[in-house]
Design a protein around this ligand. Structure first.
Ligand code: SF4
Ligand code: SF4
Length: 76
């Protein structure tokens, strides 16, 4: 399994629903959702995200930021 270090956070206030990030995501874990007649991108499969940040790079509106995932706590 690929080690994942970050997850995208989508700022729905900035997202225009253009779909660039959806097209750019290699494992296809992003999709467009419609809420109250407005479309925005959503990470629908968090475990499937590799943290590659391609979506954040592609977004023309700066709506995606990568949030670092802290190392998992040690299992005792
Ligand atoms: S970080 Fe990569 S895998 Fe995860 S949603 Fe963005 S483009 Fe897809
Ligand atoms: S590329 Fe940016 S603005 Fe376009 S759908 Fe994705 S998050 Fe929204």
């Amino acid at each position: 399994m690929t080690e994942r270090k970050a997850l995208p956070t989508i700022d729905t206030a900035r997202c225009t629903g253009c779909g660039w990030c959806v097209a750019a995501c290699p494992p296809h874990v992003l999709s467009l959702e419609a809420v109250n007649w407005q479309k925005f991108a959503m990470l629908h499969d968090e475990p499937g995200c590799t943290g590659c940040a391609l979506c954040a790079v592609k977004c023309p509106f700066g709506a995606i930021s990568m949030r670092r995932i802290p190392d998992p706590p040690e299992v005792r």
